[in-house]
Design a protein around this ligand. Structure first.
Ligand SMILES: *[C@@H]1O[C@H](CO)[C@@H](O)[C@H](O)[C@H]1NC(C)=O
Ligand SMILES: *[C@@H]1O[C@H](CO)[C@@H](O)[C@H](O)[C@H]1NC(C)=O
Ligand SMILES: *[C@@H]1O[C@H](CO)[C@@H](O)[C@H](O)[C@H]1NC(C)=O
Ligand SMILES: *[C@@H]1O[C@H](CO)[C@@H](O)[C@H](O)[C@H]1NC(C)=O
Length: 432
């Protein structure tokens, strides 16, 4: 216990980052696994919590994200959603994930908005034309880009956006969203398929269409179920469409996040990153490599509360060693290989380990601030992608932080905390 208290104290010390982004859900406990308690009529912001003693690793687990959705429908796309409804452990953690499949030759995820989340999308296969449109105040400017495998694009919270498969083959993308329940409003369906319908005269005028055309459109669209009574709050509550980061060193003022670029000067590339298809070099002592896509790589992520990583693991035990993200929950999806993963709850919850063996298509959640790890237990390379609920989640690798701090922690302190001989501690301090 003592050692863990000490560790936590240390972890807390190491958090101070002058340019940290706020995160959303500010949980008051390690996690709050969702349950649907219909006996009480009270709405909560999120779902009711399960007794933490009854929580299991499966509450933080989902499988099947390796299976393509059926794109044989009118729009030629299919979104497989992994939010709090599939995944009760996501409750209050402010993040979720989707897989999107697109049919060849124009299959599209039609213009829509997520009222409660920014989205960071990564192309696995195919060629996508993607874009978002700013609000009226910013002159409804389209920010668009053609994306190839390994490329990443950001859709700021609440803005209308879309993706279209330009290629002659299937396309697949994965995206993380900064809410446990981002919500979807498909524009065409919401406008022309509402129930009851919006008066056709209103729409005719708004869209400058003949009333008969509007009535035809209204016949074609069916209501998409948007209303979710148990919506989660979202974090960063931006006060503008976006705030593309710049590093202004002329002024000495710290802001929560980075300084914003003049929106008139923003370009699609401010929301874009390429290379997530390229494996990192795993030839290092821990046998893993994390490729980070946060606000430092994508300045357009500033204030949007979400980011992405690719993690490569060497065969036979390559690991992402125990670490914490002080400012983000992580939702991890296995692309290739077999991973042994887990997280440990806080002292109050008896430092319980929640662990699981993951196969391709499996998804697991690591709640904000908790110590967690992944190990490749297969004989081949493993690859995972993860979304994190902060533009700048931070990483604290436990071993390096404790034994490799600068200046070093007094070895006597560590010897006592870890119940080790002082010589062993000094040896450890030389290694890190
Ligand atoms: C998406 O794919 C799933 C699984 O194949 C299927 O059950 C579902 O109906 C599809 N949704 C749409 C909108 O086509
Ligand atoms: C929007 O257009 C107005 C009028 O042309 C212009 O003054 C303003 O600078 C534009 N704003 C942006 C963000 O492009
Ligand atoms: C991760 O991979 C990149 C690209 O191969 C390499 O530059 C970097 O040094 C690697 N990091 C570690 C910790 O091995
Ligand atoms: C932690 O352990 C204490 C003492 O054994 C027990 O009373 C408590 O219910 C446990 N809490 C959880 C969350 O397991």
């Amino acid at each position: 216990m003592k050692s863990v208290n000490f560790l936590l104290a240390f972890v807390l010390l190491a958090l101070a980052s002058s340019l940290a982004s706020a995160y959303d859900p500010s949980p008051l406990q390690d996690f709050c696994v969702g349950i649907n308690d219909i006996k009480t009529g009270i709405f909560v912001n999120g779902k009711f919590c399960k007794d933490p003693k009854l929580a299991t690793p499966d509450d933080f687990f989902f499988k099947g994200l390796n299976i393509p959705g059926n794109t044989n429908n009118l729009v030629g796309s299919n979104v497989t959603i992994v939010n709090v409804d599939q995944f009760p452990g996501l409750n209050t953690l402010g993040i979720s994930m989707v897989r999107i499949d697109y049919a060849p030759n124009g299959g599209e995820n039609p213009p829509h908005i997520h009222p409660r989340a920014s989205e960071i999308l990564f192309v696995q296969e195919g060629t996508l034309y993607v874009g978002f449109v700013t609000s009226n105040q910013n002159n409804n400017t389209l920010f668009s880009k053609i994306l190839y495998p390994g490329e990443v694009f950001v859709f700021p919270i609440g803005l209308i956006h879309f993706q279209v498969n330009l290629g002659k083959t299937d396309a697949v993308a994965f995206a993380a969203l900064g809410s446990q329940d981002p919500g979807v409003i498909t524009i065409a369906n919401a406008v022309f398929g509402s129930n009851p319908p919006i008066n056709p005269d209103v729409l005719a005028r708004a869209f400058q269409l003949d009333v008969r055309v509007v009535k035809d459109l209204q016949k074609n669209f069916v209501l998409l179920a948007l209303a979710s009574s148990l919506a989660s709050a979202f974090d960063p509550s931006p006060l503008q469409d976006f705030c593309v980061a710049i590093n202004d060193i002329k002024t000495g003022i710290f802001v929560n996040g980075k300084f914003c670029k003049d929106p008139k000067l923003a370009t699609p590339d401010d929301f874009f990153f390429k290379g997530l298809n390229i494996p990192g070099n795993i030839n290092n002592p821990v046998g893993s490599n994390v490729t980070t896509v946060n606000v430092d790589q994508i300045p357009g992520l500033n204030t949007l509360g979400v980011s992405l990583v690719r993690i490569d693991y060497a065969p036979n035990g390559g690991q992402n060693p125990p670490h914490t993200h002080p400012r983000a929950t992580e939702i991890l999806f296995v692309q290739e290989g077999t991973l042994y993963v887990g997280f440990v709850t806080s002292n109050q919850n008896n430092n319980t380990l929640f662990s699981k063996i993951l196969y391709p298509g499996d998804v697991f959640v690591f709640p904000i601030g908790l110590i967690h790890f992944q190990v490749n237990i297969g004989k081949t390379d493993a690859v995972a992608f993860a979304g994190l609920g902060s533009q700048n989640p931070g990483v604290i690798t436990i071993a390096n932080t404790v034994f490799g701090s600068n200046p070093p922690i007094n070895p006597d302190v560590l010897a006592r905390a870890f119940q080790l001989d002082v010589k062993v501690v000094k040896d450890l301090q030389k290694k890190f």
